[in-house]
Each structure stands twice: as C-alpha cells, then as structure tokens.
Design a binder for this molecule. Structure first.
Ligand code: BGC
Length: 725
C-alpha cells in the first residue's frame, strides 16, 4: 500500500466544460441542475447534416469556429464530437452522430477535433464506446463480438485518437460486454491508452459513474458532474486502505494537470457572429441531399408563382432535443428566405398541418390545397415533430406524422410540380409518396442558417452536393440490426455483427430506397481513366472527373473496396476514401485517393492483431455505394502469418500445404491402397467430408492406424531423421 500524498494539481479557477457538439451551450449559472437556457451561440448544423457534406475540410472550419466561440465564452472543453455509429435508423441521438460507416465517421470527427483544438480548446470524443441507442442507455450492456468491435465501433474512435489526438474522451453510459464503460479497464486503459497512445483525460458521461474507485482504477479521470466531495472522500479512503494504489491517482491527477496546461488561457479574440452565421449557412447547404429530381423540376426557375406549404417552412426545427441544444444567435426560415430571394415572384404560404395539437388539420389542409392548385410550383415542407428526436429515447418508427403524409398525398394529387422537403435528424420513410412526388430534398436538421441554405439549394444559388451518410431502407424491417434493436432485459446483442447499414444491405443483395452515399446534383459528372497503384504505404487510386453538365458543381467521388475471395466474412464493399472535386461546366480534373495499408486490414481474432490478407482486391469509384462507375482489381501481397500445422490441424489444412500434402498422400496410399486413398486425398465427396476432421483423430482410425512417429512426420516433415521406418 502506498501512503496518501496530496494531489499535485491546482486547477486555478477550474475548467469549464460545456456541450457540444454543434455549438456552445454555456449556461449563465454553472451551478444549476444542467438543464435550461444558455448564452447565445451559433447553432451550426448538427452532425447529421455535417456528415452529409462528406467534407472533412469544411467540418474542420466549423470546428474552429466552435472553438473560437468557446474561447469567447470562457469554455475550456467542448463536449463533442459524438461519433457513435448509426447502427439503427431508430437511434434517438442519430442527429448528433455522423454516419453508419466508421471510415466516414472517423474522418469527420477527427476534422472536428482538429478544428476545435486549433483554437486552444479541448474537444471531447464521445461516447466511448458502443453507445448506439438511447433505450436503457445508462444500464444496457452492448454485447458485441471482438471483430465487429474493432472494425466498426472502435474503429472511428481509433482513427480520431491516433490522428487528431483529442485532449479528452468521454466514456459512454452503457456497458460493453458486461462491463460498464466507465469502469472498463480493457476499453479505457488497454485499448485507448496502451494501444492507441491516448494521453488525455477520460471524462465520464454525466452520471455514468457507479463506483468511482473502480472507475479510477480502470482509467477514468474526471467524474461528472461533481458529487459535492462525497466520491472524493471515498477515493481518499480507498487509497488509505490500500484498495486503490496511490500511483493510479497520481497518474490520473497528472493527466488532469496536463489538460489544464493544454487549454489556452488569457483573453480571447472577439468572435464574428455574422461570419459564423455565413459559415453555418455554407455548411448546411453542403449537407442538404437532393434525393430525387425528376425532369429537372429543381432548381426553381422563377417563372411561375411558388406555394410554400408546411408550418416547418416558417418555424423551422433546427436541432434535436437534449444536452446538445444550442441557443441560436438568430434563425433563418425558408419562407422568409424564399420571399427575399424571389422578390419578383409571387410566394404564398399555408401552414398545411398543425404545429400544435388541437388545431383542426382539415381546414389547414384545405387552404394548402387551394394554394397548390394555383401555384406554378409547390414546395411542401414536412418533418418529424420536436419530441420525436431527443436524447434519452429511441424512435419507434420511421413514419412521418399521419396528417403530414395525408397532406403530401393530397397535394401530389393536385399538382405534378411538387417538391417535398424533409426535416428530420435521421431517416424517415419516403416510401408512401416516393413514386408520386417528382422532387424530394433531405433537409435534415440544419442549424440556425438552415432556412437560407434550403433556399440556396431550391433556387440553384448552390448546386446540391450532399450525400447520404446512412441508408434509407425500403422498410425498417430490412435494416440489418432490426431483429436485435434495442434489446431487452438489460442487454442488446449486436447480432448483425459486421453487417451494419449498407454493409448488410449489400451482403443480402437487398434493394434500398436510397443507398448510402447517394445524392443528386443539378449538373452531371463523368468518370474516366481509373488507375490503381500499389505504393509503399498502401494503394493510390487516381481518376479523372469531368463536369459534363451545364452548371458549376461539386462531385463527392467515393472509393469502395471489396475482397472477393476473402477467407473471412466481409461486406461486399466498404467505403475507404473520398475525393471532392469542384468543377465548372466542361472542366476536367484528376482526383486522387490514398488508402493506407491499415484501412485494408481486418481484425484477426485468432492472433488478436490486424492482418492484411493476400489476394485480389477490388477498388471501385462512384457517386454512391450503388452507383459505381469504374472498378479495377489489384493483387496484394499481405502480411498474414501462416498458422503452423499441428496434429490438431484438419486434413484439409494439411492438404492445403504442398509438402504436407505430399507426405500425407504417400502414407495414405501405402496404407489404404490407391482407390481408398482417393477418399482422403482426392476430390471425391468422401474427401470433402474427411477434410474437416482434425488429422490426429483420423490417424488412429482402423486401416490407417498410424503410429505417433508416422503421424508426426506427416505434420511436421523431416526433422532430421527422415521418415521413420
Ligand atoms: C450526454 C452527453 C452530454 C452530457 C452533458 C449527457 O446526458 O449523454 O452527451 O455531453 O450529458 O450535458
């Protein structure tokens, strides 16, 4: 037992931590319960919209702006980004998370961390780990196999920690394979610190710590919120009794001291709310996804009148509910933005459906239909209500509210020129009207400048380039996690394993409504001259992209990699890179995507390491996961270790080794005769059956009846003495 020494950290005026992730939620009274009004700050697009930009450079700029506002509001730690995967479209906090894919999630979250920390403010990568649902979130244990953990749920965190070096990480509420994340030494110490080299502070999620001593021992540094000194006293006692080695406490205190040193001190520069609002508008515009646009209905050409229908057009929903809620500096709405932009066009408005319960929807719908009949083009804004998407609860369906669905149907019946704009923090089911509405725009939750950004897209001032960071399935039941979400009795089993999102849909060859990576433009792009080059550091993919349409636009070129003959289960293709190319009409430019070796490795459960498998790999580039334009295969020499043969190896494994095969054939032919030997070493149905048996067991069977020396010679070969006689 070590003697208790006073902790060396003096925190001065303390550290101020606030949410996060898409703006600053700084409460004027830091000692209140943690819920309530906060000081005005720019409400940037929540992660759902930022992710649809696929644009790490843009996310970095947003992060830096959040960092600047944090400094101005005397905030030291921003509690974001959130980078848990969208395992199910029902996830209640999907609006706060980036994607169903770990590559995309990791790249964008790393950019956010870099941006925030470039201003001397700590970012906090959360919620570590496997926090993919809200149901029973404080107690549920996520049961996940090791390969799925490594390749999906830990992968985006690993990338962020290794490449962007966040100064803090927040542990999740839930358990992982039976151990609460807050007291999970394997997660917080073995993986995070020892393997990935994290040298920052692990902060608990609010109220996640059940046992502070166990948490400290596991690697958690800062319990939040404070407990009025009670849990400190428990820690002191644990050190005094020897339950907790004082060195553990010292190391933790040093990490907190390092955080205090890392965050910037001194006066901050004033922020520019107008510039940040413009950035919020730019980011929102790039995150809007044009799902369909039959006969080029969009952009609005300004020639006829426009009917704007939908309460959400005038009173927008800009973010989800819960701890991430920012008090915006101002809010743009679509109706006002369209009226200003189309000053010479008649723009009429009808609410169409009630904002509040109790209002008669029939009268509202009647007014909307009358407008739609008269208008040149109708823009109908529908979406999920405020309480449908909030921290603490998962959604139970993908459906839009019934009165809104009825309205879409009724409006579609009176006008063929209908644009539906969707407002939601996650996937909604567009199946009921997909074939009756010519243009559909996924307008997510877009932050405070979302109304103006939607106007930019609808009028063509900005050409859409947003892409789906999550699949829109045909039906909720098709979602790979559907049978295993959200679990029960305190457990959720990740039964779909590696096959989350598009990985599962592709593996099953299922049709989807709109695939991962999908998003249309007002212009068109051509792909040519694909080259796949094996380099020292990985694989470099090069191609030419040409704008073959009539407008300036941005193409999000996506690279998917598959390993067709893999010896382990794999999705048919996985996103491994993105290149964004902005081009004038007629212009052509090379795009290049570098894939480091690490991205091509799988987690080998037997040896507990990342393995690059030898064999052919297919590299395909395209405009979505299901719109692949060019593909090329290259053969890669991997680094897999050959498992040494033993008597427990199967007959099949021995036969796969040329030398062992020769030895086995020789002995089997001698003992059983040519014809029967064929049943073991040949191609017959018997041989297929025999291949599965461990050799040591078969060796003793009557007829073969090998003595141990003969059996060992077959497996290990000539160890000096030659074949025993
Ligand atoms: C949320 C965290 C948040 C924290 C502080 C928790 O309930 O899960 O994401 O940062 O509260 O508000």
């Amino acid at each position: 037992m070590g003697s208790f020494r006073p902790v060396r950290v003096f925190m001065g005026n303390g550290l101020m931590l606030t949410d996060g992730p898409h703006g600053i939620r700084r409460q004027p009274d830091e000692h209140n319960f943690g819920i309530g009004e906060s000081l005005p700050a720019t409400c940037f697009p929540p992660a759902v919209a930022l992710a649809s930009t696929f644009d790490a450079a843009l996310v970095r700029r947003v992060g830096a702006a959040i960092g600047r506002e944090a400094r101005a509001l005397e905030v030291d730690v921003v509690l974001g980004p959130g980078l848990n995967l969208k395992r199910s479209p029902l996830g209640g906090r999907n609006f706060e998370y980036y994607a169903e894919d770990p590559w995309l999630s990791g790249r964008l979250a790393a950019a956010m961390v870099e941006g925030i920390q470039s201003e001397g403010v700590a970012a906090c990568a959360k919620h570590f780990a496997v926090n993919n649902q809200e149901t029973d979130r404080l107690r549920v244990s996520a049961e996940v196999d090791e390969r799925t953990l490594r390749e999906l749920y830990l992968r985006s965190f690993e990338h962020v920690v290794r490449s962007a070096r966040p100064w803090t990480v927040m542990c999740a509420y839930n358990g992982v394979n039976g151990v609460p994340a807050s007291a999970n030494g394997w997660l917080l110490d073995t993986v995070l610190r020892q393997e990935w080299g994290f040298d920052g502070v692990v902060v608990s999620d609010w109220g996640a710590v059940g046992d502070r001593v166990a948490a400290l021992a596991a690697g958690l540094d800062l319990q939040m919120p404070a407990t009025g000194g009670r849990s400190d006293a428990v820690v002191v006692r644990a050190v005094e009794t020897g339950e907790l080695p004082v060195e553990v406490l010292d190391r933790s205190a040093e990490r907190v001291a390092r955080l205090v040193e890392r965050v910037a001190s001194g006066p901050a520069a004033a922020t520019d709310p107008d510039a940040h609002h413009r950035l919020a508008r730019e980011a929102a515009g790039r995150g809007i996804v044009l799902l369909k646009n039959d006969a080029g209905l969009l952009p609005l050409d300004g020639s006829g009148s426009v009917a704007v229908i939908g309460a959400l057009a005038a009173r927008p929903r800009i973010q989800g509910g819960g701890s991430s809620r920012v008090n915006p500096t101002r809010v743009d709405d679509l109706l006002d933005a369209l009226r200003r932009r189309l000053a010479n066009t008649r723009v009429d408005f009808a609410a169409g459906y009630p904002e509040d319960p109790g209002v008669d929807p029939v009268a509202l719908a009647g007014e909307a239909l009358a407008l739609a009949r008269r208008a040149g083009t109708t823009v109908l804004v529908v979406g999920l209500p405020e309480d449908a998407e909030a921290e603490g609860g998962d959604r139970t369906s993908l459906a839009l509210p019934a009165e809104q669905l009825a309205l879409v149907e009724a409006v579609a019946a009176v006008t063929p020129r209908l644009v539906v704009v969707l407002v939601s923090g996650g996937v909604v089911d567009v199946g009921p009207f997909d074939d009756r509405v010519p243009a559909i725009v996924a307008g997510w939750l877009l932050g405070q400048a979302g109304g103006a950004a939607l106007c930019d897209i609808l009028t063509g001032d900005v050409t859409p380039s947003g892409r789906l960071a999550e699949t829109i399935p045909m039906r909720l039941e098709d979602t790979p996690s559907a049978l295993h979400f959200p679990g029960d009795s305190g457990t959720v089993r990740y039964g779909e394993g590696l096959f989350v999102g598009y990985r599962g849909h592709d593996a099953l060859g299922q049709p989807v409504r709109y695939p991962f990576g999908h998003g249309l433009s007002y212009t068109r792009f051509g792909y040519s001259d694909l080259e796949v080059l094996v380099t020292r550091h990985g694989v470099r993919v090069e191609l030419l992209v040409e704008n073959v349409g009539e407008r300036r636009g941005r193409e999000v070129v996506q690279l998917y990699v598959g390993v067709p003959g893999s010896s382990v289960a794999r999705a048919p293709r996985e996103l491994k890179g993105v290149a964004i190319v902005e081009l004038e009409p007629g212009a052509r430019r090379p795009a290049s995507i570098q894939v480091p070796w690490q991205e091509l490795r799988y987690w080998d459960v037997a040896t507990g390491r990342w393995v690059l498998e030898s064999g052919p790999y297919e590299f395909a580039v395209g405009a979505s996961s299901r719109d692949l334009r060019l593909a090329a295969a290259v053969s890669i020499v991997g680094d897999e270790a050959r498992t040494p043969l033993t008597t427990a190896s199967t007959v099949g494994e021995l036969l796969a080794d040329p030398a062992a095969r020769a030895r086995l054939s020789e002995v089997v032919r001698e003992k059983l005769g040519e014809e029967t030997a064929e049943h073991v070493v040949g191609e017959s149905g018997w041989a297929v059956m025999m291949a599965a048996f461990p050799f040591g067991r078969v060796a003793e069977w009557p007829g073969l009846d090998l003595d141990p020396q003969d059996a060992a010679w077959i497996v290990f070969g000539d160890t000096g003495a030659g074949r025993p006689r």
